[in-house]
Ligand binder design. Structure first.
Ligand code: PLP
Length: 390
């Protein structure tokens, strides 16, 4: 297993007492390490961080300093980045279906790179952002991905040439192809198949008189999980070798989301109630499905809970604080017995978590502190596990 940002028990106690719970703790150092890991192992590939995975301002600031580009999918994401002074040409509007407002904002903030996968989108872009640079998104079948995005997006290989030439006819700058193999992909194989497939399309386009210059290999790079013997370096090496073989002279982009942000945030939550129901133990936490644990629903993610307690583990149901019966995160989750006021650390909590949290039922979103800002307040015994690598 690779190391990642994980607060010690002493740090959890200190932060919970000082800032209250629920609390999100972001490590900007971990952001830097994740970004550098990817750029070192995919040399020459431009990183467009997928803002949707976690739009935290400090995370974005760190990535700006590292030289990252950004994948944005809405008017709100473009405006938020523009308000921070990020230039439009550091963004790609990578939503195959764009809103009228999104295209208007793209014009306003100078975003001129787009993705598409349908004919109707070509006419929309030709009218709203004439001459815009466009990448055609092609479908990649990968049923093994944790989240299979190709059910919703991507044109078939058969349609690709027609859509490329139609975009050119409509005055768009047809720049290349993109794909997304699906989220949390732990195998290089779908990338390799997609890269080979895109090579064929590049060649067919060239034979028909259209020279493509950009390939965007999307996101999907996985968060390292607990007890995982998965070798991320080996996976990236295979992808990099294929890119060098098939696309030695093409500009390559990637759009990582979860890989960059997943390990950068810890959640501290507290047991606020206990109950025996139908001979099963229930624990109620002050963070729930409508908050940071929204990833249980939207991202199908099973979070690790660290209670720092010993004792024989029992299966328990964990529910959130709202007065709503859907607000149950985990059933039969093995845990040492817990009491009201016990603190729980959720170490890998940065991707598709706070980004999709709501304020349903009047519960505010969990506030966030930055570990590197507050670490000095702790004494040495509260030091965290900080990573050497991702
Ligand atoms: N790019 C696009 C177009 C996406 O839709 C997504 C996720 O939905 C991403 C990148 C980021 O994916 P991941 O978090 O799997 O890296």
């Amino acid at each position: 297993m690779q190391n990642h940002f994980k607060l010690s028990e002493a740090a959890v106690q200190f932060l919970a007492q000082k800032y209250g719970t629920p609390l999100l703790v972001l490590s900007t150092e971990q952001v830097r390490q994740n970004y550098q890991f990817l750029t070192e192992h995919l040399p020459g590939v431009n990183v467009y961080y997928a803002v949707k995975a976690n739009p935290d301002e400090r995370l974005i600031d760190e990535l700006v300093q590292l030289g990252s580009f950004f994948d944005v999918a809405s008017d709100g994401e473009m405006l938020a980045l523009a308000a921070k002074g990020i230039a439009g040409d550091r963004m790609v509007y990578a939503n195959p279906i764009k809103t009228a407002n999104g295209l208007q904002v793209a014009n306003k903030v100078g975003v001129h790179k787009f993705t598409y996968d349908s004919e109707s989108e070509i006419y929309k872009m030709a009218k709203a952002v004439p001459g815009g640079s466009v990448l055609l998104r092609v479908r990649v079948d990968n049923p093994k991905a944790h989240v299979d995005l190709n059910k919703k997006f991507g044109c078939s290989t058969d349609e690709a040439l027609r859509l490329l030439f139609l975009a050119r006819e409509q005055g768009l700058d047809v720049a290349g192809l993109c794909f997304h193999v699906g989220s949390q992909s732990k195998s290089a194989t779908p990338y390799l198949e997609a890269i080979a497939g895109c090579r064929m399309l590049f060649d067919q386009a060239a034979q028909a008189g259209l020279d493509l210059r950009i390939l965007d290999i999307g996101g999907g790079f996985p968060i390292p999980e607990i007890d995982d013997d998965f070798d991320c370096e080996a996976m990236l090496r295979e992808i990099s070798t294929a890119l060098q073989e098939y696309f030695p002279n093409t500009e390559i982009w990637c759009e990582p989301g979860r890989f960059i942000c997943g390990t950068t945030v810890n959640l501290i939550t507290r047991v606020i109630g206990t109950q025996q129901r139908n001979s099963q133990q229930w624990y109620f936490l002050d963070e729930g499905l409508y908050g940071t644990f929204s990833g249980v629903i939207f991202d199908h993610w099973d979070f690790e809970l660290e209670s720092f307690k010993s004792g024989k583990k029992i299966p328990a149901t964990f529910a959130g604080p709202s007065c709503d019966s859907l607000d149950i995160m985990f059933r039969d989750k093995m845990t040492p017995p817990l009491n009201v006021d016990d603190l729980i650390l959720v170490p890998i909590c940065g991707a598709y978590t706070s980004a999709s949290a709501t304020v349903f039922n009047g519960f505010a979103k969990a506030p966030r502190v930055v570990w590197e800002d507050v670490a000095a307040e702790l004494d040495e015994t509260a030091a965290t596990v900080l990573p050497d690598a991702v």
